[in-house]
Design a binder for this molecule. Structure first.
Ligand SMILES: *Cc1c(COP(=O)(O)O)cnc(C)c1O
Length: 407
């Protein structure tokens, strides 16, 4: 008899986006003339940079000739892209990361979800609350949690991110083996300082733990004093893996390209307490289960680092940040507390009421879609997330309507 992985049965059905879709659909049906503005989803809206589509096109033309055709490429990614990443994203900021420590993939979602299979089933896991749901769900699937009760899985060390700690969790009382961190954060938009990040790096070292650092939103950091990479912190290479993506900085959500950094000296331990390097293990996993990102997509990603590509990607991000500025200043004027919006495309708003109640009110009174904070964890209850991923005109109109609705 074929039996299923029972851990999948523990997963809480994510009603978040299906619930939102149903509520928006019902509202649209009842109000067919109402123009709905979506500030809910975490997906970009503006076109790919021209430098990227040009590179994409010419790579496809190469593929159309026998001499330029490419079949399977290196699983870890083409050298041209890994070199460009190492040089531009790390070495230029004083982080000593080399091309062979970069693993190109089709998404930071898959990488941050797959990485946990390198570690023992009884590893103790620390996960921020609220946060991107992938870290938690993939550990539930792998059997690292108990059942779900009172809004939380048993066996997980939750790192509460609240107004009191400025949405940067403090070190937990109970010692974890694996620590997930995400900054700038989704959904709170909060950032971490170099000193705060150093506290985590030092803690991981002292406790033989490993940090999984998701920096998918690093491009939105405007404050030059903030770290874009965990490797800007001394000693991080031994205890941290970093996830990056072209999704949010260059509009690749539908194009698919990302990468994971596993430094050569980054280590975990075997059953006898011996040091085991992670690089060869991740390399083995990657090559066994993945056959590389398509050549045209890697050429398009490489173009993000060309002179024109850098300027165009910067312009995309600046446009979203301008939206974020507008949302943040209007929310402030309305007298609501919030986080994010400064070095992040997300604005995390203290709703002064239940998350879904706020969602319903904004939809019915303003025709604006937000994301209820409760969907990101227990600590998200009472909050909503507004996203800056839209046109400036739509954001302007949305804020006008929100002002009227909340007045
Ligand atoms: C959007 C996002 C990613 C990017 O995922 P891709 O699979 O590369 O598109 C990763 N982490 C977080 C927290 C995100 O919000």
């Amino acid at each position: 008899m074929i039996k299923i992985n029972e851990h999948y049965l523990k997963l809480q059905a994510s009603y978040l986006f299906s619930n939102i879709a149903k509520k928006v659909g019902d509202f649209q049906k009842a109000n067919p003339d109402k123009d709905i503005i979506r500030l809910g989803i975490g997906d970009v809206t503006r076109a790919l940079p021209q430098a990227c589509t040009d590179a994409f096109h010419s790579a496809i033309d190469e593929m159309a000739t026998d001499s330029g055709f490419r079949g399977y490429g290196p699983e870890q990614g083409y050298e041209f892209l890994r070199e460009a990443i190492a040089k531009n994203d790390f070495q230029s900021r004083g982080a000593d990361i080399s091309a062979d420590e970069i693993f190109v993939s089709d998404g930071a979602k898959c990488d941050s979800g797959n990485i946990q299979e390198l570690f023992t089933t009884d590893a103790r896991i620390a996960i921020p609350d609220p946060v991107y749901p992938v870290y938690l769900d993939t550990n539930v699937m792998a059997g690292r949690t108990g059942d779900f009760a009172d809004g939380r899985y048993k066996g997980i060390i939750y790192l509460d991110s609240t107004k009191e700690n400025n949405y940067v969790p403090s070190l937990p009382a109970e010692k974890p083996d694996l620590i997930y961190l995400c900054f700038p954060n989704n959904p709170t938009g909060s950032t971490i300082t170099k000193a705060e990040l150093k506290t985590w790096v030092d803690y991981a070292k002292e406790n033989q733990a490993l940090i999984l650092f998701d920096a998918a939103y690093e491009a939105f950091i405007r404050d030059e004093s903030l770290p874009k990479s965990i490797y800007e912190v001394e000693g991080a290479k031994e205890v941290a893996i970093e996830f990056r993506s072209f999704s949010k900085n260059a509009g690749f959500t539908g194009t698919r390209c990302a990468y994971t950094v596993v430094p050569k000296e980054c280590a975990a331990f075997d059953a006898k307490g011996g040091k085991q390097l992670i690089h060869p293990l991740w390399n083995r996993r990657h090559c066994t289960k993945f056959n590389g990102v398509s050549y045209p997509v890697q050429r398009a990603a490489e173009a993000v680092y060309s002179e024109a590509g850098k300027a165009q990607a910067q312009e995309l991000v600046s446009g979203y940040l301008k939206n974020a500025d507008l949302i943040a200043s209007e929310i402030k004027n309305l007298g609501y507390g919030f986080a994010g919006g400064e070095n992040s495309p997300y604005i995390w708003i203290e709703g002064k009421r239940d998350s879904w109640e706020f969602f319903d009110m904004l939809l019915s009174k303003a025709g604006v879609v937000c994301t209820p904070g409760a969907g990101f964890g227990k600590c998200g209850e009472g909050y909503i997330r507004l996203s800056a991923f839209n046109s400036y005109e739509n954001v302007e109109e949305a804020m006008k309507r929100i002002k009227a609705a909340l007045a």
